[in-house]
Design a protein around this ligand. Sequence first.
Ligand SMILES: [Ca+2]
Ligand SMILES: [Ca+2]
Ligand SMILES: [Ca+2]
Length: 175
Amino acid sequence: MASEFQRKKVGGVFRAMDVDGDGRLTEADFQALARRWTAVAGSVDPARLASVMTGWWPVLRSASGPDGDDAVTLDEVLLVVDGLGDRADAVSATADAMFEAVDLNGDGRISRSEFGVLVETWSGTPTATDEIFPRLDLDGDGHLTRDEFRTHWTEFWAGDNPNAPGTYVFGVLVE
Ligand SMILES: [Ca+2]
Ligand SMILES: [Ca+2]
Ligand SMILES: [Ca+2]
């Protein structure tokens, strides 16, 4: 069972991903997210970005259950989260795909401003990240490496520790 904390944490991201706000994730929500990304992508190949975003949809859709309605509720997402502890490879793979989408200038690390773009793009609104970024930058060198990002991403999706920095990988979403 997902804990109350996981429900809050994942629920915050769920609401950000549910672009049309109908309480279910569908392919239309992912297409809308992909459009948000391509709007901020700058020099990054928009087709590559879009494929990273829409690549998530089949994974989540597989959790939509036997009702076959092609829509995923928060409860169904939490069932997926529940099983992630046994699927470390799958979580790492999505972390790496996301890392490449966020590394807008392709220098192999995520800068403070690139992280800001991640949070704003997910939330759809301007969001302050000045207090969050230093918590995620574990060695304090001013950038997130692939390993740092993977650590936080894995904690967010598969972890249950409210005090872990990875709780904030999408910005402040848990009150
Ligand atoms: Ca929706
Ligand atoms: Ca970069
Ligand atoms: Ca760092």
